[in-house]
Design a protein around this ligand. Structure first.
Ligand code: ATP
Ligand code: MG
Length: 208
């Protein structure tokens, strides 16, 4: 635990920063089973936003485990620490007026609630996006062959097979990825953001 530390306030407030950079930062927190479509939607959304000139940055599960979280495994404590660190990093991006897009299974409701609370305390919007598809569908997709391995007992603590997934009860955005296309999922998110004044309709027009 760190002691003898003091927060040093900057000279530019969050509101002033947003005005100067003409962008609001917030976190879009994807959750869902493996192969539910989190990374696919997150990267399609990031691409759309960047081509509209909106600064967005994706924090993706496996990628983060190559670096920042390379010392963490998949047991409950490490999963919790994984999410805690991502929450803090997403919050920093959002505080810098970037749209942080996280794509982690984040199976525990309590961990997602912690991420939300941390953002709320900093006055930064937190939008939970549930990438939802039934287990039968994601097992069938199995783009990384992980369900096959998990069912053969080759991967321990695999969400949906040998580890729990606690589905969101009140996600701001609920996308049923087995019922629509990736483009429709991205549009559903953009519609939500415009409706809730996080982006303007002008901001999301393709410019590049
Ligand atoms: N409407 C849709 N939205 C998103 N993905 C879809 C959709 N329809 C089909 N798919 C397919 O589902 C798969 C989703 O895989 P993806 O890697 O995005 O999942 P993930 O949730 O990031 O999984 P993991 O937790 O293992 O990283 C892809 O093969 C994608 O093409
Ligand atoms: Mg992924």
């Amino acid at each position: 635990m760190s002691t003898n530390i003091t927060w040093h306030e900057g000279s530019v407030s969050l509101a002033e920063r947003q005005t100067l950079l003409n962008q609001k930062g917030f976190t879009l927190w994807f959750t869902g089973l493996s192969a539910s479509g989190k990374s696919t939607l997150a990267s399609a959304l990031e691409q759309t936003l960047l081509h509209a000139g909106v600064n967005a940055y994706r924090l993706d599960g496996d990628n983060i485990r190559f670096g920042l979280n390379k010392n963490l495994g998949f047991g409950p404590d490490d999963r919790t620490e994984n999410i805690r660190r991502i929450s803090e990093v997403a919050k920093l991006f959002a505080d810098a007026t970037v749209i942080a897009i996280t794509a982690f299974i984040s199976p525990y409701r309590a961990d997602r609630d912690t991420a939300r609370a941390l953002h709320q305390a900093a006055n930064i919007p937190f939008i939970e996006v549930y990438a939802d598809a039934p287990l039968s569908v994601v097992e069938e997709r199995d783009p990384k062959g992980l369900y096959k391995k998990a069912k053969a007992g080759e991967i321990k603590e695999f969400t949906g097979i040998s580890a729990p997934y606690e589905a969101p009860e009140n996600a701001e955005i609920h996308i049923k990825t087995h019922e629509g296309t990736v483009e429709q999922g991205v549009q559903q998110i953009l519609d939500y953001l415009v409706k809730n004044n996080l982006l303007t309709a002008d901001q999301i027009v393709k410019k590049n």
